[in-house]
Design a protein around this ligand. Sequence first.
Ligand code: NAP
Length: 260
Amino acid sequence: MDVGLRGKRALVCAASKGLGRACAMALAREGAAVTITARTAETLEATAADIRAATGVSVTTVAGDITTEAGRAAALAACPDPDILINNAGGPPPGDFRDWDRDIWIKALDANMLTPIFLIRSVVDGMIARKFGRIVNITSGSVKSPIPTLGMSNGARAGLTGFVAGLSRQVARHNVTINNLLPGPFLTDRLRGNAAAAAAEAGKPVDELLAERARSSPAGRVGDPAEFGDACVFLCSANAGFIVGQNLLLDGGAFNATMG
Ligand code: NAP
């Protein structure tokens, strides 16, 4: 199926590794020119080379922190009129909310709520004028089912989700859609890092902990980032213009409910 993305321009934030990288790779496979960002130039360039080799499309890199004004300005200078915006950044650390002061909270809000909102503000009017836009925010399953140790993620991402619920309805008539992808456990560096910390605390090998985690999922495994990229392509496709303000959970069935 031609998903109508050939020649489109995609800005994919935080995309040298993990879920962002998978989204960039999947969009590039459909013929979109991608601009990818991350803080570490070396990994970013290696990923860009991988995407070029796998797809032959144009890949632009912007090394910088997307949660800062300078980082966002650099990304937008490299890709000023994206047809597709994938919002992503690192997740906030776990902990006890008693230990989090105002500065720590502001950092989480900057990364997981305000950065996507400011990027949307920068690109949405161009999308409206061109009558095509696809915005996907990578949030978390924690928006639906809060994770006790990840209070900042639960809160900041829920704030973004509420904002997007309203805005998506204001722009949909211009063929601009805004939706959220909610990852459950996907095998990325972040998941491996979190699992290593939990394994050390529980005094067991990290592989054992990951295997237990996989067994406890209805799907019997953790997610493959490539599957996440494919879902991203689906939401960005030309055919998906009637999917507005949705929260698509990719968790192998872990969230137990009769309806989403
Ligand atoms: P990952 O494997 O650690 O990859 C994170 C990517 O983002 C890297 O390319 C990293 O590169 C880049 N990045 C991080 N902070 C950045 C910043 N401030 N500016 C620019 N780039 C930045 O993480 P992931 O598993 O793909 O997770 C992506 C998002 O999904 C996170 O918010 C995470 O909390 C959320 N999530 C993931 C899972 C999961 O199971 N994987 C589940 C729920 C939610 P640099 O470090 O070089 O900048």
